[in-house]
Design a binder for this molecule. Structure first.
Ligand SMILES: [Zn+2]
Length: 359
């Protein structure tokens, strides 16, 4: 990022917070009436101080990759295929392939929430042995799904046969890559939103992630899955993809309920699409309201570099009985200031003709 821009953003961060009392809208306002990209980014960055894994969303030098490029269906992916992956599909904070493939030990995070991912991408298992489980995401590949999800469950003494639903948060390969192994092993279909089924069906065979799923079940916005005390509310957010699933999940810490929002996709890797950036912001604003209503006090994502879950799990491993749960935070809903104002800043950049990636 241009250091001059960072400096300028930091300098105006405090004043922009005071300046901007009402949410900007995509209504009939001309660009000149709207807050500037810098003002919007400053507001997002101020909130990102407490969610550092999301600060890059407000990078006003960002070049918008588009990973949703249609691909033909081919029989076999080339063996050295990972060289062809799109930059934005990498681990968000530049930790690279070695870190991405590194283990992050499976862990019980709440009474009814388990981490079964790795350092590059997360998979979350919600529920209990008694009431069954919902699995969110399939990781990068069949091998990772076997090692980290199924192997991870067995290492914690959990029965993969008790998984009742297998949900893919959105139609990108780092979340569906292991779906073939899981469909076969679990005997369950993939569930995704209708817009992301439509997306996935255009993606063909990715050189790194293999074939996209083409058939399964459809998750509807507002659908609720209940597993005993554990409640999973599924929301379809047009943001990172047209139909990213972002659930709000009631989990329990030694029996005490908390609500976690799982933002199902983060980056803006859909090309320089102003309308989609504004939909992203609107979806974040909607989830803020839902999260407030439900008393959300946990923010989660499906990349540990985005939500800080790797660090929180390290703290959790040494937590003493009297200490608070490291995932629980009263300011969790403020994450939506980052997730609303950064995309608005980027949209405004495009609206004002300030997006010139070739320059
Ligand atoms: Zn994605």
């Amino acid at each position: 990022m241009d250091t001059r821009i960072i400096g300028r953003l930091l300098a105006i961060g405090a004043s922009a917070l005071a300046l901007h009392a009402c949410a900007p809208s995509a209504s009939m306002a001309t660009p000149a009436d709207n807050p500037s990209p810098e003002e919007l980014a400053a507001r997002g960055l101020a909130a990102a101080e407490h969610f550092p894994g999301l600060a890059s969303l407000c990078d006003l030098t960002m070049v918008f990759q588009n990973v949703n490029v249609p691909r033909p269906v081919v029989a076999e992916a080339p063996a050295d295929a990972h060289e062809h992956e799109e930059p934005q599909q990498r681990t968000p904070r530049g930790s690279g392939r070695d870190a991405e493939q590194a283990r992050l030990a499976p862990m019980q995070v709440f009474d009814d929430l388990y981490f079964v991912g790795n350092a590059g991408v997360s998979a979350w298992l919600v529920g209990t042995e008694e009431d069954g489980y919902v699995l969110f995401d399939a990781l990068n590949s069949n091998a990772e799904a076997e090692r980290d999800i199924i192997g991870g469950m067995r290492s914690m003494g959990l029965d993969p046969g008790k998984i009742r639903h297998f949900i893919v948060s959105h139609g990108h390969g780092d979340h569906y890559g292991g779906h073939r192994y899981l469909v076969e092993t679990l005997g369950l279909p993939v569930s995704m939103s209708a817009p992301d089924w439509a997306l996935a069906r255009t993606l063909g065979v990715h050189p790194r992630f293999g074939p996209a799923p083409t058939e399964g079940e459809v998750i509807e916005d507002g659908q609720v899955i209940t597993l005993g005390k554990t409640v999973i509310r599924l929301f379809v957010t047009s943001a990172h993809t047209p139909g990213t699933i972002s659930p709000i999940i009631t989990v329990h810490d030694n029996g005490v309920p908390h609500n976690a929002v799982l933002w199902g996709g983060t980056g803006m890797n859909f090309g320089p699409d102003e309308a989609q950036l504004r939909r992203y912001a609107a979806s974040a604003a909607r989830l803020r309201e839902l999260s407030r209503d439900l008393g959300v006090d946990i923010f989660m994502s499906n990349h540990s570099a985005r939500d800080g879950s790797a660090a929180s799990m390290r703290q959790l491993a040494t937590r003493q009985p009297a200490q608070p749960h490291p995932f629980v935070r009263p300011d969790a809903v403020n994450v939506f200031d980052v997730l609303e104002f950064c995309p608005l800043a980027q949209a405004e950049r495009i609206a004002r003709g300030q997006y010139n990636p070739a320059s």
